[in-house]
Design a protein around this ligand. Structure first.
Ligand code: ZN
Length: 373
């Protein structure tokens, strides 16, 4: 059986949920503990990394943990093993368990925490609540001898150029003539030194996000047969599709706030939740932010939400929302546990597609610190 290096798994994960989507300054995402430069056969997916979760990873034979909440959130000033946190890091290192965190990038990404919550609440006509990320588009035009056009087009597509919405391999080609005279010291692919050469060429145009520029240009230059390929690069006044935090959408049927709160309880599998607003009022438009959504109350109101579903709502924020006519359903921060199943399924599918024999396991450890009595 093929042995899979942990780096391949992380690359695959980041091809779906790249670090650039993180929307919190200095969000401590990425590899937090250990190394992934080793063979990985099993990965444990969890919301939080607690001692019980690390013990579960050891028991299950997992070499890697993928968590939503970063296990080292603040800068470490010491690494003592007489503190609970230090003991957790020590346990991971002693058992060669690596921990990788995908925090706000996983909140933002399509199919991430917020989409999973919106799925659970069956929200329709879904939009992003607050845009946090977009990238400028770059256009490349390259002049290629006709018989190499397919080679270069393929290399560009393989490097990720020409992705537009739900399409890939997009390009435009026009035929023409290239003229050039090779001077003394040149090593021309076609034509003679000192003679003007006229070559049937094709101009290939593609677009790509600015972060892909080096990768795409490198792929083009590697595939192009000329010593001095001619090409143009433009920064466009267009951006990629935007990404962002939170989702807003409509319920399949309008409900009273009371009915909606009951629905949230069932769908997100929580024993209790807190509600702000008139329980008899009808709600149809729902905004959702996984985790602590205190700073998105205004965005939810602006976007026209009747009710905002989020965790960790503070007393004064709840008062503000109430006077502003925005109802709130707070099922707690722990509802982000939807990422456990979501990430496990997504990564299992991605690894299957790439034929990587890696098993993703959903953690069964309950990490909610609150009890409801
Ligand atoms: Zn969270």
């Amino acid at each position: 059986m093929k042995l899979v290096n942990g780096n391949e798994i992380i690359q695959l994960f980041e091809s779906w949920s790249p670090k650039k989507l993180a929307c919190m300054p200095n969000d401590p995402i990425g590899l937090a503990i250990g190394t992934v430069n080793k063979t990985v056969t099993k990965v444990l997916v969890t919301l939080d990394v607690t001692m019980a979760v690390v013990e579960e990873a050891i028991e299950q034979g997992c070499e890697l943990i993928i968590a939503h909440h970063p296990p080292i959130f603040r800068k470490l000033s010491h690494l003592r093993t007489d503190t609970p946190a230090g003991q957790l890091y020590e346990k991971c290192l002693k058992h060669d368990i690596a921990v990788y965190a995908a925090h706000t990038n996983l909140d933002v990404v399509e199919g991430g925490v917020n989409d999973l919550l919106a799925d659970a609440l069956q929200l329709e006509n879904r939009k992003i609540l607050e845009h946090t990320y977009s990238e400028q588009l770059i256009k490349l035009a390259v002049y290629v001898p006709a018989e190499y056009a397919t080679t270069v087009r393929t290399a560009l597509a393989n490097a990720g150029a020409g992705q537009i919405g739900a399409y890939d391999t997009c390009s435009f080609t026009t035929a023409g003539e290239g003229r050039f005279r090779a001077l003394e010291g040149a090593n021309p692919f076609v034509g003679e030194i000192g003679e003007v050469n006229i070559e049937p060429e094709q101009k290939i145009e593609v677009v790509f996000p600015s972060s892909q520029k080096n990768r795409v240009l490198k792929a083009m230059l590697n595939a192009h047969p000329y010593e001095e390929p001619a090409y143009d690069v433009w920064a466009m006044a267009l951006t990629t599709n935007e990404a962002g935090l939170g989702r807003i959408g409509t319920l399949q049927e309008p409900l009273t706030l009371q009915q909606f709160a009951e629905f949230v309880k069932v769908q997100l599998n929580v024993p209790c939740l807190r509600v702000v607003g008139d329980l008899q009022q009808t709600v149809a438009k729902v905004a959702v932010v996984g985790g602590d959504g205190n700073s998105y109350i205004a965005a939810a109101k602006r976007a026209g939400a009747d009710v905002f579903v989020t965790g960790d709502i503070g007393f004064h924020m709840a008062q503000d929302a109430e006077v502003n006519g925005l109802s709130i359903v707070d099922p707690g921060h722990h509802v982000e546990k939807v990422m456990i199943k979501g990430v496990t399924e997504k990564m299992t599918a991605l690894c299957k597609e790439k034929k990587l024999p890696v098993q993703f396991i959903e953690s069964t450890i309950h990490t909610e610190p609150f009890q409801f009595i």
